[in-house]
Design a protein around this ligand. Structure first.
Ligand code: PMP
Length: 340
């Protein structure tokens, strides 16, 4: 008999999927870790579980307590699903610019959702700082207490990737991995996988795939936190060195414009049946760049972060793409024309 004891046991152990076109184009084996197959359909289920488990173990979070977090959506979905399974409440603060699909999922799952204007981190009303203040207040007023998940600076986030994501990659490839690359939101995935893999083999090349509008490419390349341009991708693009990123070794960095990443997302769906969000496009485009740098014959892993239906009204909406001056694939235009 084989079964999982609740959704918590279904988080992680996601398969590595060989990406056909990216592999053919580069002569490398490019593998995507299918994080969209987690129960909350994103990589953030891992961080959510580790943050909640860590707080419960430390005694800072009690049964019936409340978890407060500022999130672009995916961490909130993970926290809410794990929270439901463990009898916890969730209060989620989200910038109003995030996709409606993520907000609807949060409401459906039972989170209390607070939408705030999207303002930079240095502003006191930024969603992250807002959620921290709210957590302090609720810790005083909620009968069973409250905690701030604080995914950016709570290293239980990257610990999840050190203990699970990195070990799964190493195990599934029998250690035959040459490179790993992904984008940064909190940095939990990139730093955690870097630390976990380098403990096995320090020669594995770790790459950052940075969207436009983020400051980390310039930091890792030139030592200066400097951003330029913008991106329609959600959940990634960092302007500072979070606690999760501190001490992690990053060997290569690439800046990936949307015009390079979005065709990758569209082709993965239309040619390989992989329905993914925009950050996965940045990641796979980054893996292609790293593969070209390392040369043919290498094995490179990246992350397929979340499921594409979460962005149907944006990334897969010809009108939205045209508004942003981005190319619309012919098949997507056709789908619109054929709709009743
Ligand atoms: N892609 C998506 C869609 C995300 O929501 C996130 C997390 N915000 C990431 C990538 C980046 O993951 P991390 O926070 O581990 O850097």
């Amino acid at each position: 008999m084989s079964y999982r004891n609740g959704i918590i046991e279904t988080i992680g152990n996601t398969p590595l999927i060989k990406l056909k076109r990216a592999s053919e184009e580069t002569g490398c084996t490019i593998l995507g870790k299918a994080e969209f197959m987690n129960p909350g359909q994103s990589v953030k289920d891992r961080a959510a579980l580790f943050i909640i488990r860590d707080a419960l173990n430390a005694g800072s979070l009690n049964p019936g307590g409340t978890v407060v977090e500022g999130t672009a959506g995916n961490t909130g979905i993970g926290l809410t699903l794990v929270g439901n399974a463990l009898g916890l409440k969730t209060v989620i603060v989200i910038p109003e610019t995030q996709s409606d699909e993520k907000k609807q999922m949060l409401r459906l799952a039972g989170a209390e959702l607070i939408e705030v204007p999207a303002v930079p981190y240095k502003n006191a009303n930024n969603y992250v700082k807002y959620s921290g203040r709210l957590a302090e207040e609720l810790a005083r007023t909620e009968p069973n207490g409250a905690i701030w998940a604080n995914q950016f600076d709570n290293v239980a986030n990257r610990q999840g990737h050190i203990e699970t994501t990195a070990q799964e990659i190493w195990r599934d490839l029998d250690g035959k991995v040459d490179g790993f690359i992904c984008a940064v939101g909190t940095g939990g995935t990139l730093a955690g996988v870097s630390m976990g893999l380098k403990e096995h083999n320090p020669d594995i090349v770790i790459g950052l795939a940075d969207p436009m509008g983020a400051a980390l490419y310039n930091f890792y390349k030139h030592g200066e936190l400097k951003a330029e341009g913008s991106s329609i991708t959600e959940g990634i693009g960092q302007g500072r060195i979070t606690a999760n990123l501190e001490g992690a070794q990053i060997d290569e960095a690439y800046q990936i414009p949307d015009a390079e990443a979005l065709p990758v997302v569209f082709d993965l769906l239309s040619e390989e049946g992989l329905c993914l969000g925009g950050s996965s496009g940045i990641n796979v485009a980054g893996a292609i760049r790293l593969a070209k740098e390392l040369g043919p014959g290498h094995t490179i892993v990246t992350v397929l972060c979340d499921y594409g239906t979460r962005y149907q009204s944006r990334l897969f909406n010809p009108e939205f793409l045209r508004e942003k001056g981005l190319p619309v694939p012919a098949w997507l235009d056709h789908a619109e024309a054929a709709a009743p």
